[in-house]
Write a protein that binds this ligand. Sequence first.
Ligand code: 5AD
Ligand code: FES
Length: 368
Amino acid sequence: MKALDDLLTQETFSDADIVRLLGLTDPADCKRLRRAAYDLTTRLIGDLVHYRGIIEFSNRCTLNCRYCGIRRDNRDLERYDLSREEIIESAIWAAENHYGSVCLQAGERRDEPFIALVEDCIREIRARTVSDTLPEGASITLSLGEQSPETYRRWREAGGKTECMRYLLRMETSNPELFAWLHPDGFAHEKAYESRIQALADLRAAGFQVGTGGMIGLPGQTLADLCADIRFYQRLDADMLGMGPYILSGGGDLLDAGMMESGPLLQLALNMLAVCRLVLRDVNIAAATALQALAEDGREQGIAHGCNIIMPNITPRPVRKRYQLYDNKPCIDEEPTDCRACLEGRIQRMGRRVGWNQWGCSRHFRRR
Ligand code: 5AD
Ligand code: FES
């Protein structure tokens, strides 16, 4: 077998290499993987970590994804919608606090009032976040599920400049059987898997920076599945990745399914982040908030394993507890200002700096 250190300096990897790296458990080996991913990140991308302030503006959802705490059939949840002004004000707060970028996330809906609201918010946020420190306004990431090509086009155009608009649509898993089981009633269920892939192609065609990703440690998921996920991200030529451990949700529908222990699950998730960095090189990779549901320093560990993006929660505090996709979600009782300072400390402790007032575009996207 190849020496681990030789493997870690490769630029291309076989499936067998990827599976081997994903499955590392020996602490010394894991540390070498971590170092390799961290060093490649700072070499290719630099030492800045960029913020995307996430605004979770509604927990209404038309879907019933088994893993998710805000799925339609969870009746133990009070539903909320932030108003147009609340959404825009949150984004303005972010820009005034030197965040170069915001992310609008909500449950999945395709009705016209929703589509028009988002379009309007994009336009207002782009116009009203312009300042001396952010002369081009904030860039925007949308995380609003599968929509029609026409909706994608409207939202993209509302943002103006191409480079400032991004869309995050996780594949969740590239394994079609697992995907079908997790999504019991996606739109046109029998075509749900193909429909997700089509949506990712539509986003590319609409001109977004395209982000995808998945959950790690899903019941029944194997290392070969995770390797196939990485190959999927490669084929898609993704610009950005958002990936995190699967965490049980009381409001979900997977209660009796096999869960990994939290220690090995965290290590697997960190290995996956590191291997994605080594294989996909210059893409933006977010340190998922779900990492911090497993360990207090989960997001720092994500940075140590090759992440270069953090998504501080800037949702107004009163509604935060109603947007729990999974249990033990951190920062539920914090004010946006708390997270801003707390995360900066976390980033500096990792020897990195926050890229204030910058969009932090994916290098991979800029190279196209
Ligand atoms: N554990 C971890 N991540 C989850 N997500 C949804 N539910 C869970 C969970 N129980 C992730 C999905 C989704 C993103 C918004 O949150 O990957 O795409
Ligand atoms: Fe929210 Fe630390 S990130 S309190």
